[in-house]
Design a protein around this ligand. Structure first.
Ligand SMILES: Nc1ncnc2c1ncn2[C@@H]1O[C@H](COP(=O)(O)OP(=O)(O)OP(=O)(O)O)[C@@H](O)[C@H]1O
Ligand SMILES: [Mg+2]
Length: 441
């Protein structure tokens, strides 16, 4: 029973009443992680069409091709594949068939074995049955066999979706995605499964296929579908379809075009454009206004650019943070604070820190990829330089923010906090490596 002055309004009603003066009607629509209805998907007709054509045969119980969806962040790769799969699941259901969408993100599992286990779990969750195999103590083949057993027992068709496949590097010389792709692409032959199967991988790297070893390459021939950056017009359409996030009349006319223009200037990333629109709304609310104006957008964009680099670092994966940390530490602890940091010593610092933190060590190539990727976000620059007269060419990094500020930002993540006590050891490692590098080169 509510107390006397509650006026009979329940807590739920209070929670659901829009606070007065606000600009939002349904803020979820401008959160980039909200799963949106398909009728809000715009500007991806080609890619959508190809994914649909590729998956359509399942409705006739015909074979499915494999796919590779590649392209920069926020270009709709995950959105499109899941939107199409959702419809297929429903259409199959209406035909009395069960289509299994077994999707994992490869940033989590460190090995192909773990990834297979996650697929078993994905199927078990979807079907509401027991995984039937333990995570450890049985071979990958036994896990695969369990996966196939679940498929045979319950599904009429299956799509494996391996999102962020390039992250499945693993601890060995040869990246683990090779064996995962090789094994799953052979499921058609080995699973003794009557229905169609598609192996669909997703990555930010346009030339991911080149990284695969010959075994994986020869068994995996996906239809390669590229998702390019959105231009201002496409972003404007995407945002228009989210207009109802705001109360009617609370968006001044120029707001969406301006957000779209800012969005396309950076990376044509829909996720960022949506965030920018939300921030503009939040700024308007904070000043107690009931309309979002162009000025709110400009202010949101300014704030965004100001600490965009650091914010980007905070939001990135553990391995990427670790790679950036190693570069910053190499610059910071060096006796002469060099502007250009050679990749070799920075990689040694990376290995040392990874060991200290007891996390996986990735290959030098991945380390360099993780670092150079930061240039897209303005965190740093990189350059290959020769020393002249036939000496080696080396990769160098130059940070655009103060190295110590970068390190502090990363240490806000609790997994990195302890590195603050490793000053002395990291300094010793850095100076030793730089000295060796300089005498060798
Ligand atoms: N064509 C589109 N129409 C409407 N909204 C879109 C569109 N493309 C992207 N979005 C919005 O942007 C968000 C990010 O898109 P998505 O998750 O598909 O990106 P991605 O290409 O998988 O990026 P990443 O490589 O970073 O995972 C989506 O949740 C969605 O809200
Ligand atoms: Mg994605």
């Amino acid at each position: 029973m509510l107390n006397d002055d509650s006026d009979g309004i329940s807590i739920r009603e209070r929670l659901q009443t829009e606070s007065s003066g606000g600009v939002f009607a349904n803020k979820d629509l401008v959160r980039s992680d909200t799963i949106i209805d398909e009728d809000r998907i715009v500007g991806r007709n080609d890619q959508l069409g190809r994914v649909v054509d590729n998956l359509k045969p399942v409705l006739q119980n015909e074979g499915l091709p494999d796919m590779l969806l590649s392209g920069p962040s926020g270009t709709g790769k995950s959105l499109i594949i899941h939107a199409v799969c959702k419809q297929i699941v429903e259409l199959c259901e209406s035909q009395g068939k069960t289509f299994g969408v077994l999707s994992i993100n490869c940033e989590g599992p460190k090995t192909a074995d773990r990834a297979v286990y996650r697929l078993v779990k994905a199927a078990a969750n979807d079907l509401d049955v027991d995984p039937g195999v333990p995570q450890t103590g049985v071979s990958t083949d036994q896990k695969l066999e369990r996966l196939y057993e679940l498929m045979r027992a319950y599904y009429d068709g299956v799509i494996f979706i391996l999102d962020e496949i390039d992250m499945l590097e693993g601890p060995y010389q040869e990246a683990e995605y090779n064996s995962l792709i090789y094994q799953l692409s052979r499921a058609r032959k080995l699973a003794d499964f009557g229905g169609p199967i598609s192996l669909t991988t997703i990555t930010n790297y346009a030339d991911f296929m080149k990284n695969l070893n010959s075994r994986a390459q020869s068994s995996y021939n996906p239809d390669d579908i590229f998702f390019d950056d959105y231009d201002a017009t496409q972003l404007r359409h995407i945002l228009k379809y989210r207009r109802d996030a705001f109360k009617s009349g609370s968006l001044s006319e120029d707001v969406i075009p301006l957000v779209a223009a800012f969005g396309s200037q950076t990376h044509g990333d829909a996720r960022k454009a949506i965030d920018l629109l939300r921030w503009a709304g939040e700024l308007a609310e904070r000043r107690g206004a009931d309309t979002v104006t162009e000025d709110d957008v400009r202010e949101a964009q300014e704030k965004y650019t100001e600490n965009r680099k650091l914010r980007h670092i905070s939001g990135t994966s553990t391995q990427k943070k670790l790679s950036i940390y190693a570069v910053a530490a190499t610059a910071h602890y060096a006796t002469d604070h060099p502007e250009w940091i050679p990749a070799g010593p920075a990689f040694k610092t990376y290995q040392f820190i990874a060991e200290t933190m007891d996390v996986d060590q990735y290959s030098r190539e991945t380390f360099v990829n993780h670092v150079t990727e930061q240039s897209t976000y303005g965190v740093l620059d990189f350059e290959r330089r020769g020393k002249g007269r036939g000496r080696g060419v080396h990769m160098y990094f130059s940070l655009s923010e103060d190295p110590e500020t970068i390190m502090e930002t990363i240490r806000e993540d609790s997994r990195f906090a302890d590195l603050a006590h490793e000053d002395a050891t990291i300094t010793a490692v850095v100076r030793e490596r730089l000295k060796n590098f300089r005498t060798d080169n």
